[in-house]
Ligand binder design. Structure first.
Ligand code: SAM
Length: 247
């Protein structure tokens, strides 16, 4: 952890306004000042990513095609471990060219021949294989304005039996489904406003929509501390979801 790196990130997240006319411009503008420090800070902020990968990799991945939507710097590639050699293709799809540059350097320095970056929109990108076996969204759905289009598109791209894995911030509905966690009014109102400054939109609807479209395989609701947040006891909700497209 570097103090100056954290200060640069906090400046970009909490003070510097995000500029840009289109969503793609805003994404690149937001991340261009923090690409170099991104991984270190997000390791402490974006929890549950490694566990999501561990759960997904419990099923065989030989000769599969995997898309990491909003994959940023490609840091999730490290969670594949040796399994990466057995996968035929991984796409890291993102709109922010500055983060994909870091991903590109990671891919070439690791010598991965089966990994490709695509500067593209997760709601429309189609790989040359046409359909895929697994799609992941780690902390990207909350930054995609048309998140429902991203989920619908993932559903179209997945083969029958293919899996979607999502880890992200969220808030519960006022009246969540039976068995799901209910958050206080304070949590729902505060975190929604707090994250909106960075164009991150924790939603009460991602979890119900994912459960509606896919057969749930794994679902956990958790809380995490936000680094440098003044009150360490007021924690942010996040969830892990794995679902299967019905056969
Ligand atoms: C919080 S970052 C998470 C990055 C990475 N998945 C991780 O876990 O470190 C959200 C990412 O979603 C990307 N993103 C936002 N909207 C997108 C879209 N419509 N299509 C593709 N990527 C998008 C952003 O550029 C950013 O890299």
């Amino acid at each position: 952890m570097s103090l100056f790196g954290d200060l640069r990130i906090i400046y970009n997240m909490a003070i510097r306004p995000i500029r840009g006319k289109s969503h793609a411009e805003r994404m690149d503008n937001f991340y261009s000042g923090q690409a170099a420090d991104y991984d270190d800070f997000r390791r402490r902020l974006l929890r549950g990513r490694e566990e999501l990968w561990q759960e997904l990799l419990k099923e065989p991945c030989e000769n599969t095609v995997w898309m990491d939507m909003g994959g940023g710097t490609g840091s999730n590639l490290l969670f594949f471990g040796n399994a990466l050699d057995r996968i035929s293709k991984v796409y890291v799809v993102d709109l922010a060219g500055s983060l994909l540059e870091v991903a590109g350097q990671r891919i070439s320095s690791s010598g991965w021949k089966n990994v490709e970056t695509a500067e593209a929109d997760a709601t429309t990108f189609i790989p040359k294989e046409g359909t895929v076996d697994a799609i992941t969204f780690s902390y990207s759905l909350t930054m995609i304005p048309d998140w429902f289009a991203a989920i619908d598109h993932a559903y179209q791209l997945l083969k029958p039996g293919g899996r979607i894995g999502v880890v992200d911030f969220y808030v519960s509905r006022k009246f969540p489904a039976d068995g799901h966690v209910k958050h206080s009014w304070m949590k729902r109102a505060f975190w929604t406003q707090w994250f909106a400054f960075d164009n991150v939109f924790p939603s009460p609807d991602h979890v119900p929509y994912l459960h509606k479209k896919f057969e749930p395989v794994f679902f956990e609701e958790r809380l995490t501390r936000i680094p440098w947040f003044p009150n360490p006891f007021f924690k942010m909700p996040y969830y892990l979801f794995i679902g299967r497209k019905p056969l």
